[in-house]
Design a protein around this ligand. Structure first.
Ligand code: BES
Ligand code: MN
Ligand code: MN
Length: 461
């Protein structure tokens, strides 16, 4: 019986619920926004909070300085002959903007209807902490964990994980492991936990167009000079055709097609376009022709404009022909697309299509490849049993559309056994106002994690 096992640990978890919640709220009060340099002090406070937390468990702990935000490495006492799990998570959060749309302030965690509302609640402070609290439960009830658990917690996931990538390149042996455990994704639905076996990658750009040497009167000059804002709208529009196909040369060359088995698997999930449309508040699904919404979100590439800037933004009307226009946009990639090939295709596209009278500059931001994890590994089976114990439900197997840039590096350099065990929900408002995390999911996540250590101990080290 699931609940009969680990009775002493379950009891510890039960009696420490409010202490676990208080610890989470403490961390959520630190506005550790990585994108905004004015928050560098808060980043450090969050890193130190994490390090202190590991030190209190007597774990070997190091706060690692980088050229950006500090990393935290921690390791539980060594267990000879047992496998090693590496837990990865991030203590940085997205900016809280627009702040006036929050019901309660983003860095004053507030509990309503069983959810804690705060920036970082689900992404990723709450989810990451489940694997620390589960270790605490083992240490305080049994004196030790049944396997080797190491942690690498970073503060730059939301800006591309550059420093962790550098650290990993030089310290792979320190992070050596049999599997990587990450909780930074979602369940499939409320009460339907999931193991995620695929993520999309990303290629992010900013394109700036320059036309006339200064802003012009659009009456005097309009029609005779290329308007950079018109040109930008045109170029962005031409990047996708009416079938939702991206028009960069070679863009689909490396796309791994969906297998029939996978398409059937997606189809078998209880997903309704109608409920999805209600959740996002639009009237119709759109996207690449010939694919379902789940296929489009999880297993096909896409292009989204993330920000647009040009011309008059103030109140009322101003007749201006702006001298400049710029856009931030990103492609979500699927295996085996490579960001560098997308960049080459994008440059060729711009060379060919950029209209006369316009010069352009392309800035490349972060890039990462997509991930597909083999499902038939003993590690995935161990994780599924752990989730059954924590949620009283078997997990379904899903892919997700978001990106965790460092995971493919982990897969290449450390282990292909990447366990993406998401405790969040699709409506947790990640990156949006009123981000939340369901406290029951927090506790079920901790319980699943406590069982995961026991399940992994049954495998060979
Ligand atoms: N936790 C998310 C990744 C995620 C999002 C997984 C949605 C599953 C579903 C992560 O913190 C994130 O936001 N990643 C960024 C990466 C980017 C900044 C390089 C993303 O996907 O936009
Ligand atoms: Mn995250
Ligand atoms: Mn995020």
């Amino acid at each position: 019986m699931p609940n009969g096992k680990l009775a002493d640990i379950s009891e510890y978890l039960q009696s420490h619920k409010s202490s676990f919640e208080n610890d989470l709220c403490e961390l959520l009060r630190i506005p550790s926004v990585s994108a905004d340099s004015t928050h560098r002090g808060d980043i450090r406070r969050a890193a130190e909070w994490m390090a202190d937390h590991f030190r209190r468990l007597d774990f070997e702990t190091e706060l690692i300085e980088t050229s950006g935000c500090p990393l935290i490495y921690a390791a539980a006492p060594h267990v000879a002959g047992a496998p090693t799990a590496l837990v990865y998570g991030h203590y940085d959060v997205q900016p809280p903007d627009p702040v006036d749309l929050w019901t309660s302030p983003p860095f004053e965690p507030t509990v309503r209807d069983g959810n804690v509302y705060a920036r970082g609640a689900t992404d990723d402070k709450g989810q990451m902490l489940t694997h620390v609290k589960s270790a605490q439960a083992w240490i305080e009830t049994r004196g030790s964990l049944p396997i080797n658990v190491k942690y690498i917690i970073e503060g730059e996931e939301e800006i591309g994980s550059v420093c962790l990538e550098e650290y990993l390149a030089e310290n792979a042996s320190r992070l050596a492991c049999d599997c990587v455990v990450i909780s930074d994704t979602s369940q499939f639905a409320p009460d339907q936990p999931a193991i995620t076996y695929g993520l999309r990658g990303i290629a992010y750009y900013e394109l700036s167009l320059v036309g006339p040497k200064r802003d012009l009167h659009s009456g005097s000059f309009g029609g005779a000079v290329t308007n950079p804002a018109n040109a930008l709208a045109g170029l962005l529009g031409e990047m996708i055709d009416e079938d939702g196909k991206i028009q960069l040369p070679g863009f689909y060359d490396d796309v791994v097609p969906l297998t029939t088995r996978e398409r059937e698997g997606f189809q078998a999930l209880s997903f309704s376009d109608q409920r999805f449309l209600e959740m996002v508040g639009v009237a119709k699904t759109t996207g690449e022709a010939g694919f379902s919404s789940l296929e489009r979100r999880w297993a096909r590439p896409c292009l989204d404009v993330n920000g647009l800037c040009s011309g008059y933004q103030g109140e009322g009307a101003k007749t201006v022909l702006p001298a400049k226009a710029s856009a931030k946009f990103s492609f979500r990639l699927v295996p085996d697309q490579k960001p560098e090939n997308v960049s080459a295709g994008l440059k060729a596209f711009l060379e060919e299509r950029c209209p006369p009278g316009i010069t352009y500059e392309l800035q490349e931001f972060h890039g990462s490849t997509g991930l597909l994890v083999p499902l038939d590994s003993p590690y995935v089976k161990a994780a599924a049993r752990a989730i059954e114990n924590g949620f009283d439900r078997s997990p379904v197997f899903i892919r997700e559309g978001g990106s965790i840039p460092i995971v493919t590096e982990f897969a290449d350099k450390l282990s292909n056994n990447i366990l993406l065990l998401g405790w969040g929900q699709n409506d947790d408002n990640t990156h949006s106002p009123n981000e939340k995390f369901c406290l029951a999911d927090y506790h079920r996540g901790i319980k699943s994690s406590a069982h995961l250590w026991a399940e992994l101990a049954k495998l060979e080290g």
